[in-house]
Design a protein around this ligand. Sequence first.
Ligand SMILES: CC(C)(COP(=O)(O)OP(=O)(O)OC[C@H]1O[C@@H](n2cnc3c(N)ncnc32)[C@H](O)[C@@H]1OP(=O)(O)O)[C@@H](O)C(=O)NCCC(=O)NCCS
Length: 157
Amino acid sequence: MKEGPDSNTGSGARETQAFPGGIKKLEAGALLPDWVVRLDRTAFGAAWKAPADHECLWLIPEVAFARWALIPAAGEAELLRIAVDPAYRGQSLGRVLLEACQRDLAAEGLIRLFLEVRTSNAAAIRLYGACGWQRCGLRSGYYPDGEDAVLFRHGRP
Ligand SMILES: CC(C)(COP(=O)(O)OP(=O)(O)OC[C@H]1O[C@@H](n2cnc3c(N)ncnc32)[C@H](O)[C@@H]1OP(=O)(O)O)[C@@H](O)C(=O)NCCC(=O)NCCS
């Protein structure tokens, strides 16, 4: 999970159907739907702006989002944020969404995935383990309040 500024600006909506079953991909430059901004604030306290050139989001509309930074030249991607509406947590939607992202990223050749998460975030740490992520490090005092971050990776080293 990354910390970030509270703004919502974008240029032109481009939303593409990425998966059957209602999961959608929101490309760089798209306006963030209002529900994403609300969920971002609910889950993290502050919403991020529209996805930058190297970013995209996968959505379960009205319910969940996962935001990624892509580094295609390196075959890598970083999970920046994932959130499920509190009313829908514990119903495997986080897992469904994250696994869908992983499949789609692999299809695009992005096979080395990274993330960091607060050491206290038991739900997220369990989710990552369930989706095949492995702990690969610790960043001491990474967050503004001094909490450590656990590093995870997924895919080939
Ligand atoms: C983390 C989060 C996305 C998980 O979404 P979710 O839809 O509730 O997760 P799932 O139902 O798919 O559960 C996936 C795994 O996590 C476990 N899990 C879910 N909630 C949990 C909790 N509160 N405590 C412990 N484990 C939990 C599930 O048991 C499951 O593991 P299992 O398959 O081994 O049983 C959700 O809790 C959330 O939005 N949290 C706030 C935002 C956040 O912290 N994001 C992560 C940092 S970017």
